[in-house]
Design a protein around this ligand. Structure first.
Ligand SMILES: Cc1cc2nc3c(=O)[nH]c(=O)nc-3n(C[C@H](O)[C@H](O)[C@H](O)COP(=O)(O)OP(=O)(O)OC[C@H]3O[C@@H](n4cnc5c(N)ncnc54)[C@H](O)[C@@H]3O)c2cc1C
Length: 390
């Protein structure tokens, strides 16, 4: 494990910082969790994606011959850290950029690469992820949405749920059962579905935050051309597992939690409970955990730099940061006393209700990208080698 950065890496960091200083407007910085609302701030998120794309940053890891910079894992981590440190907004097409584009660059056909990759990165086409169904979440292989081949096209029928951003997406990368007679994992395909067609209906689900950025998708005979099948007709499970690998390894970085702990300490001082021994212990514990997360991240980075692929131990990282964030946000609510019980849109809520929103969001973090229970199962069985649970 190497804790130092080379002079080239430090120069790269300085380059990223200079670019952010020149291109990230002050008003877009540090709004944090809940500071960006899907409905109200789509314009900013779209424009930010365009700027990153034009700056060449969304192709950082791509090989030079494909217009990228061939960045090492350490350079990518530095870039992510600097974005977080600067308080940059999320990009609108993040699912396409972080999950689908890397998948297509490995498994996509030449036509798919030519047609989609640049448009995904630039934000010209926004993709949502159509995996989960009302009865298929953790147990994704039990999904029931069907895709049938008719006259050289695929016809898709079924229901998806919890699809983030489906209400403004142009396309979905969606899993559907192509062979009902095959064992569950073997009879699934992945399709790129046009969301603007008569066979697709999207209904946003209003959450406890008051926003509706997750949706149900109803598919009644949606049509997909053969060329929009990713991989083979029964290779969807392999495609899905690859996207999970990208998702779990790229979700969080240390500055996010270090910043959250600083803000928590500031909040506690501001509420006049900074010298309360219990509050002090909880804030100190949060600081220790954020540091543990940083050091563990460096270990994973060293392995990635040596060309090793993250294995099941990626579950340790996902479990740790999501549970840590819950503890940080619970402490933030607790130090507010009775104010902590206010809703995020109350005019009395401290800091405009952002702590309540962050607390609510932290509840979701231990569910998406594999719930904590699922991560614990993976750690027990595949990292520790314990017998399979019943
Ligand atoms: C913020 C957010 C964004 C999301 N975005 C998307 C999206 O864009 N596209 C998409 O397709 N999906 C999305 N999802 C859905 C997400 O993938 C599912 O919520 C997740 O897979 C869990 O599935 P489920 O909700 O059906 O819960 P279930 O799988 O029904 O689980 C219910 C409870 O049972 C536990 N459990 C389940 N199986 C086991 C087991 N074997 N052992 C022990 N405990 C178990 C779970 O941990 C959980 O506590 C999103 C979810 C969230 C919260």
């Amino acid at each position: 494990m190497d804790l130092s950065f080379t002079p080239e890496e430090e120069a790269f960091r300085a380059e990223v910082r200079a670019w952010l200083d020149a291109n990230l407007p002050e008003a877009w910085r540090h709004r944090g969790v809940g500071g960006y609302r899907e409905e109200e701030d789509q314009g900013i998120q779209r424009e930010w994606q365009r700027r990153l794309y034009e700056g060449g940053w969304l192709k950082l890891a791509w090989p030079r011959e494909q217009g990228g910079r061939g960045a090492t894992p350490v350079m990518r981590a530095i870039f992510d850290e600097e974005l977080t440190r600067a308080g940059a907004p999320p990009i609108l097409g993040r699912l396409g950029v972080t999950l689908l584009a890397p998948l297509l660059s490995v498994y996509g056909s030449e036509w798919q690469k030519q047609t989609y990759l640049e448009k995904i990165l630039s934000g010209e086409l926004i993709f949502c992820q159509g995996f989960s169904e009302p009865n298929a979440g953790s147990d994704l292989a039990s999904l029931q949405t069907r895709a049938e081949r008719r006259d050289g096209r695929w016809v898709v029928t079924g229901q998806k749920t919890w699809s983030s951003g489906a209400h403004y997406a142009d396309r979905s990368f969606l899993l559907a059962r192509t062979d009902p007679t095959a064992p569950p994992h073997r009879g699934i395909g992945m399709f790129l579905v046009d969301m603007h067609q008569p066979g697709v209906e999207v209904r946003p689900i209003v959450q406890m935050t008051g926003s509706g950025e997750f949706c149900e998708i109803f598919l009644s005979g949606a049509v997909v051309e053969e060329r929009d099948l990713v991989g083979g007709p029964t290779e969807g499970w392999k495609m899905a597992m690859s996207t999970f690998g990208f998702e779990r390894s790229g979700l969080a970085n240390a500055p996010r939690f270090e910043r959250a702990v600083e803000a928590l300490a500031e909040l506690a001082r501001g509420r006049g409970v900074g010298d309360d021994p219990v509050v002090r212990q909880r804030v100190a514990q949060a600081k220790i955990e954020a540091h543990v997360f940083r050091v563990n991240g460096l270990r994973a980075l060293t392995r990635a730099q040596q060309g090793q692929v993250p294995g099941p131990e990626a579950s340790l990282t996902k479990l740790f940061w999501s549970e840590m964030d819950k503890r940080i946000q619970e402490t933030a609510i607790a130090v507010q006393g009775l104010y902590g019980a206010l809703g995020p849109r109350s005019s009395w809520a401290i800091d405009g209700g952002r702590w309540q929103l962050a607390w609510m969001w932290s509840q979701a973090e231990t569910i998406y990208a594999g719930s904590s229970e699922i991560q614990r199962n993976i750690i027990a069985e595949r990292v520790l080698g314990l017998p399979r649970g019943r």
